[in-house]
Design a protein around this ligand. Structure first.
Ligand code: S3P
Length: 166
């Protein structure tokens, strides 16, 4: 069984996932990093050259490969659970934890970030707010456990996740 972290860009999936993996002696995999390595190019470049739809099919392929493994802590990309097929695959061998953050938290963390193609717009806060509101019902409904990840030390959040699996 795998521990899977979902949530919006900048919610802390990778940072917290690494901590949980270390504490529970699991392998940590970041889905975006896995894709970047396999494709030999950045997420920005994949979006630029091939477009979002192609990225989404690469993402599904990566999930298919990774979900065969066991004892992973898997940090998803923020859009990975929007496809039902992905959720079905993920749930076949894992439990999904949703790290819930507000649009303001995301904006504070990502205001100077240029690595998220979907947020490279003039009004970043508006884009974050719109997309987060659209996605919240999905994140909430796919989650086996929802954790408020605003204004909390990463260690505290990691402990909450670990306790859920005890
Ligand atoms: C995306 C989130 C990104 C990455 C891509 C698309 C999204 O991952 O997969 O830019 O649709 O929310 P992070 O959530 O790790 O930033």
């Amino acid at each position: 069984m795998n521990i899977i972290l979902c949530g919006f860009m900048g919610c802390g999936k990778s940072t917290i996932g690494k901590l949980v993996a270390k504490e529970t002696r699991r392998e940590f995999v970041d889905l975006d990093e896995y894709i970047v390595k396999k494709q030999g190019m950045s997420i920005n470049k994949i979006f630029d050259i091939y477009g979002e739809n192609h990225f989404r099919s690469i993402e599904t392929d990566a999930i298919k490969q990774l979900i065969k493994k066991d004892n992973l802590v898997l940090a998803l990309g923020g859009g990975a659970v929007l496809k039902e097929k992905n959720v079905e695959l993920l749930k076949s061998n894992g439990k999904i934890i949703f790290l819930d953050v507000t649009a303001n938290t995301v904006f504070d963390r990502l205001k100077d970030d240029t690595t998220r193609p979907l947020l490279n717009t003039d009004d970043k806060l508006a884009e974050i707010t719109k997309r987060l509101n659209e996605r919240l019902p999905v994140y909430t409904s796919v989650a086996d456990k929802i954790i408020n990840a605003n204004n909390k030390a990463k260690e505290v959040i990691a402990t909450e996740i670990i306790n859920f699996f005890k």
